[in-house]
Design a protein around this ligand. Structure first.
Ligand code: GAR
Length: 216
């Protein structure tokens, strides 16, 4: 009997290092398509090299936001995903699109939410003189960077850090955290307790929802 793996569509805007981490983690899922909103995103090339269908949906072609989101939804649904993964997708999605993928869309954000929603998270963490920083995987809701938190990766902020050094440390943590969450999801270990996501161990007991502190 052939067991079909759960289907995942990944949305990106650029570099695609999280996509690379997901593809390199030998997860029990199949990335069935990668879609970018920006032309020339290196992540597209990476996916093509792996034989994964890619698509570019540029806002230049669909300047109207609702048109864009309708087209994006059609493009995603063509691949019948069980989950949509935002891996560095730098575009705000309309409430109706987000509702369509309720509990089926995960995002990674480079901060310990609810701190530092939006952009320039590393600079703001340094400006705020916080002692720890990190990344968050959360379900996407209509509230920007405000959906239910699945797991967080924590890194120290060192006195000598500049923005690039801190960004690099957080990114390395992202590359561990996202595959960890996606493995749990693919194995049916990401469940809900009311409105709260829960990562479970293989025996069904609640598991850790965080990684860190990694000084590297
Ligand atoms: C990552 O740091 C991700 O957390 C961030 O964009 C970067 C994408 O890098 N996402 C956001 O800021 C979303 N609000 P990548 O293309 O190398 O994966």
């Amino acid at each position: 009997m052939t067991v079909s793996l759960p289907r995942v569509v990944v949305l990106i805007s650029g570099r695609g290092s999280n996509l690379a981490a997901i593809l390199g983690a030998d997860l029990p899922l199949q990335v069935v398509a990668v879609i970018s909103n920006r032309p020339g995103a290196p992540g597209l090339e990476l996916a093509t090299g792996r034989g994964i269908p890619v698509a570019l949906l540029s806002a230049d072609e669909y300047p109207d936001r609702d048109d864009y989101d309708d087209r994006l939804r059609a493009l995603i649904d063509l691949h019948e995903p069980n989950l949509v993964v935002l891996a560095g997708f730098m575009r705000i999605l309309s409430p109706s699109l987000v509702r369509h993928y309720a509990r089926r869309m995960l995002n990674i954000h480079p901060s310990l939410l609810p701190a530092f929603t939006g952009l320039h998270t590393h600079r703001r963490a340094l400006d705020g003189a916080v002692a720890v920083h990190g990344c968050t995987v959360h379900f996407v809701t209509e509230e920007l960077d405000g959906g239910p938190i699945v797991a967080q990766g924590v890194v120290p902020v060192l006195p000598s850090d500049d923005e690039a050094q801190l960004a690099q440390r957080v990114l390395a943590m992202e590359h561990r955290l996202f595959p960890m969450v996606l493995r749990a999801w693919a194995e049916g270990r990401l469940t809900w307790e009311g409105e709260r996501p829960l990562l479970r161990r293989a025996d069904g007991t609640p598991g850790e929802r965080w990684l860190g502190l990694d000084p590297s």
